[in-house]
Design a binder for this molecule. Structure first.
Ligand code: 3H9
Length: 695
């Protein structure tokens, strides 16, 4: 019998233990093992009750995601759960770690559930573009009521053991899974408790059956931010079936919904993103056995927007941080903004009332760079010019202790040039956070030519510790994210000269699923920054220049590419801007033409993909999936589209290369010609993904 699933017998109780590292995913072998062990225990007259538990770090964390899309292997999870449910002998699931997805569904098929205090229980399928497909949408509402079920299934976030207990999802909190599970099973036998089969228990559905608005209101609240996603709506539909239909019919509705989603592009993209994120954390080219340096003290230099946000990220993770400024006034100003930011979150209910004080207590503000001397990691976030960066790094070289990792938060400057002013280039690297740094999850870890592997690993480890998603990139102008963004901005601007309006371009980009279009983004960032930089470099961009000359700097002046009503961030199309564009084009002797949304979409996305191909060719990114992770976590690329490189594979590299060639000719822009790598893959009928597989 199965070795992945073992059974032990003690005093009439069979304890079945799943042991399938790392997360006890429900592979075919695990499903078979559970089924065999349960059937054997049911058949064994010496067994009176059964405990189902897991070895290792967690209870079953779900179906084996790698099996999706492959031919199904028997037994199905449904068969396994049906066998648990139908057992005439009580079955207790004893949970530790995370009971997720199919794992929680398995537990819901048991008659009782106990969990240790630290356990978490949830149905995160929606995050993979799926719905719980093994009874979760039918049993969870019966266990906890439809309102909480909607929150858990549409939100995908797990709840604690304490919450699970208070809502009836578990029966008891125990100290130890095996001992606690067996003790609970004995209690069930001693008290001759009847078996609670959730499929037969509709008591918690009664209120929503009488008043369906209980359910529809919960769904409305959870789908407010679900624009573009299919899965949350399919989840809601399946939970609705639990309210409206008998159990078996609800199960059928759930099954149909799951089968539809699992073959769809959205779920494929979201599953890909799940693995891409984990792959990105594996740093290529670091010798095996390399250990990160210990980091107990962190210093951030610069209390501006970025420095403040980075310091808050540490405080949010409970890690103390020293925030260093050159003057008392700038320091106090920065600390004041952070305080206000926390208070605003608490006022919105996003943080507990005592959190602002607790988090601010972790941030020690000081004046003077000499205060870096104890720090194991120093992150510089000062003004973005090479001269200033070099000045700071020379000082750091003088003050920092040997072995400290020196990181720059530069968004495009050359890390090697910054490192060159120190006597320790091996300790220098980039940690490029994205604004607002306390919110955005991406951290580009920039590896200089001389960056030591253990310094690199230190930055990756720290980024993970503060809940960021690290992606290692090489040195080039703008690294991965901003370099590709520049390719898009370039086209966005050109489209205005050809006849598009900002609102038309932005609408295409947001319809695609990005949170903002390039012009709304420009207004948010401030148009004056680019204007000054163009003036310094003697470059012209007639439309953007004309806007700035008219005092339209973006949101901060209430108008830019759009108009803004006082106190609002909502961009409103402005006829004055259209006039300004018309006037500028007239001066330049240019005529506006009708531009289709399809052309706009292609010219927004394909040049980015082209730049991504160059980035891969130059080995600035190690894998196409790393580029996708950058775009999902740094720029809000819709996860259901998997990232620009995944999207490119879906569209097909051949048509993309052809369209790029076409636009290169149409707009007389050779930079749009397909990059050699893109061209080669297109000619060979291949995908970017095939590169990751060693092609
Ligand atoms: C489902 O259940 C569908 C059912 O409703 C219906 C069926 C009919 N499968 O994240 P980590 C790998 S859908 C395969 O770094 P942590 C992961 O790739 C599923 N592999 O660890 C990584 O591999 P590697 C619903 C999986 O401690 C390694 O395990 N469940 C799976 O930070 C360690 O993972 C979920 O969506 C899996 N299900 O976090 C849960 N899970 O070492 C997804 C993980 O080679 N999993 N791996 O890179 C998680 O959220 C986290 O992994 C977890 C552990 C919280 C469990």
């Amino acid at each position: 019998m199965s070795e992945i699933v073992k059974a032990e017998h003690r005093d009439g109780i069979a304890t079945i233990t799943v042991d399938n590292p790392p997360v006890n995913a429900l592979s075919a072998a695990v499903r078979r093992g559970i089924l065999e062990r349960v059937n054997a225990a049911v058949a064994d007259s010496k067994v009176q009750a059964i405990v189902l538990t897991c070895a290792g770090r967690t209870f079953i964390a779900g179906a084996d995601i790698t099996e999706f899309g492959k031919p199904p292997q028997p037994p199905s999870l449904h068969e396994v759960i049906d066998a648990l449910d139908a057992s005439p002998k009580p079955i207790v699931a004893a949970i530790h770690g995370t009971a997720l997805g199919g794992g929680l569904e398995t537990a819901l098929g048991c008659h009782f559930r106990v969990a240790v205090k630290s356990a978490k229980l949830g149905l995160p399928e929606v995050k993979l573009g799926l719905l719980p497909g093994a009874g979760g949408t039918q049993r969870l509402p019966r266990a906890v009521g439809p309102e909480l079920a909607v929150q858990m299934i549409l939100g995908g976030n797990p709840i604690s053991a304490a919450e699970a207990l208070s809502h009836g999802l578990i029966d008891e909190v125990v100290d130890d899974t095996v001992a606690g599970g067996e003790a609970f099973a004995r209690k069930v036998l001693a008290e001759q408790r009847s078996l609670r089969r959730l499929r037969d228990d509709d008591s918690k559905l009664a209120a929503a059956r009488a008043d369906r608005s209980i359910f529809t209101n919960a769904v409305a609240a959870m789908t407010k931010k679900a624009r573009g996603f299919e899965a949350p709506f399919a989840c809601a539909d399946a939970i609705g079936a639990a309210i409206d239909l008998p159990f078996d019919e609800g199960m059928k509705r759930e099954r149909d919904g799951f089968l539809k989603l699992v073959v769809g592009d959205q779920s494929k993209a979201q599953r890909y993103a799940f693995f891409a994120e984990r792959e990105a954390a594996k740093v290529a080219g670091v010798p095996e056995g390399t250990k990160p340096r210990p980091v107990t003290k962190v210093a951030v230099i610069g209390a501006g927007t970025m420095g403040g946000g980075i310091a808050m990220s540490f405080a949010n993770a409970g890690i103390p941080v020293t925030l260093i400024e050159t003057g008392e006034q700038t320091l106090q100003r920065g600390l004041g903004i952070m305080q206000k930011n926390y208070e605003a979150s608490a006022a919105r209910g996003g943080l507990p009332p005592d959190a602002p004080a607790k988090r601010m207590a972790l941030i020690t503000g000081v004046v003077g760079l000499e205060n870096v001397k104890d720090a194991d990691l120093i992150i510089e976030a000062v003004f973005e010019t090479m001269a200033v960066k070099k000045e700071v790094f020379s000082a750091l070289d003088a003050y920092a202790k040997p072995g400290a990792v020196l990181a720059s938060n530069t968004s495009y400057l050359n890390i090697d040039a910054i490192a060159s002013v120190t006597k320790r280039p091996q300790d220098v690297l980039g940690m490029h956070f994205f604004s607002p740094a306390n919110v955005m999850k991406l951290c580009e870890i920039v590896r200089g030519v001389q960056t030591a592997p253990d310094a690199l690993l230190t930055a990756v480890t720290v980024a993970k510790a503060i809940a960021k998603v690290p992606v290692v990139v090489g040195v080039c102008d703008g690294f991965v994210g901003n370099r590709m963004l520049a390719a898009r901005s370039n086209q966005a601007e050109k489209l205005l000269f050809e006849g598009a309006l900002p609102q038309q371009v932005d609408a295409v980009v947001t319809k695609f699923g990005m949170p903002m279009g390039p012009f709304a983004m420009g207004d948010l960032a401030g148009l004056d920054i680019g204007w000054r930089s163009r003036q310094d470099r003697g470059i012209k961009s007639e439309i953007a220049d004309a806007l700035c000359e008219a005092g339209r700097f973006g949101q901060k002046t209430g108008k830019g590419y759009y108009a803004y009503e006082a106190g609002s961030r909502a961009p409103l199309p402005d006829p004055e801007v259209e006039t300004l564009i018309n006037d500028t084009l007239a001066k330049l002797g240019l005529k506006r033409r009708e531009i289709s949304d399809q052309e706009i979409l292609e010219r927004m996305i394909y040049p980015m993909i082209n730049e991504g191909a160059r980035i891969l060719e130059e080995k600035i990114a190690a894998r196409p999936s790393d580029i996708d992770v950058v775009w999902i976590y740094g720029y809000g690329w819709p996860v259901y589209r998997g990232g620009p490189m995944f999207y490119a594979d879906l569209v097909g590299l051949k048509p993309i290369a052809e369209r790029l060639s076409h636009y290169a000719k149409q707009t007389n822009d050779p930079s749009l010609e397909p990059a050699p790598l893109l061209k080669r893959l297109a000619d060979e009928g291949r995908t970017f993904a095939s590169l990751a597989k060693g092609g």
